[in-house]
Ligand binder design. Structure first.
Ligand code: MN
Length: 199
């Protein structure tokens, strides 16, 4: 049984970059539906007793006949729970410390990193996510389809943006690139730095 996590900030706290209506529907309707459908999918199975994170980490061990809905709705429940924490009001800017150094080392500059991340988000055909992950000790930008999670591939998520249309359509319509560009203004780098420090 997994419960919908509360948002740590108000629905309008990420305005003007993410509007209150999108946040409300995204959290209260979309995320809630993933949570409810995941709970239904695991009900009566051994996977019901595991932490959601462990289910996603071991998704390929879930028997094939029940894996589909557990993967899709569990992934949706897990990815969105992370997503809300990757954003904060009065955030954005640039990372600092070890994370900033590692980003610069890998991509040359923070701007180049952002460019590559946006490119991966824009290049995801249909619905999915764009991620900054740790693959072993290596920073990596990756993108997943639907509600797939890099955690299922043994990678540690550090940051993600949701590129499903439901994440941006009310404000940005078809302009995913504008959404991707604006989203950097709400990235919670302090939190991402903490995740990176725990690696
Ligand atoms: Mn979403």
């Amino acid at each position: 049984m997994f419960e919908l996590p509360k948002l740590e900030y108000a629905y309008n706290a990420l305005e003007p970059y993410i509007d209150a209506q999108t946040m409300t529907i995204h959290h209260d309707k979309h995320h809630q539906a993933y949570v409810d459908n995941f709970n239904k999918a695991v009900a009566g199975t051994e996977w019901d007793k595991m932490a959601l994170e462990d289910v996603i980490r071991n998704i390929n061990k879930v028997p094939e006949n029940i894996r589909g809905p557990i993967k899709n709705h569990g992934g949706g429940a897990y990815n969105h729970a992370l997503f809300w924490t990757f954003m904060a009001p009065n955030a954005g800017g640039t990372p600092s410390g070890d994370l900033a150094q590692s980003i610069n080392k890998k991509w040359g500059s923070f701007d180049k990193f952002k460019e590559e991340f946006n490119k991966a988000g824009l290049g995801r055909f249909g619905s999915g996510w764009v991620w900054l992950v740790l693959n072993g000790n290596e920073l990596e930008i990756t993108s997943t389809a639907n509600q797939d999670s890099p955690l299922s591939e043994g990678k540690k998520p550090l940051l993600a943006n949701d590129v499903w249309e439901h994440a941006y359509y009310l404000k940005y319509q078809n302009k995913r690139a504008d959404y991707l560009a604006a989203w950097w203004n709400v990235v919670n780098w302090k939190y991402v730095e903490q995740l990176f420090a725990k690696k």
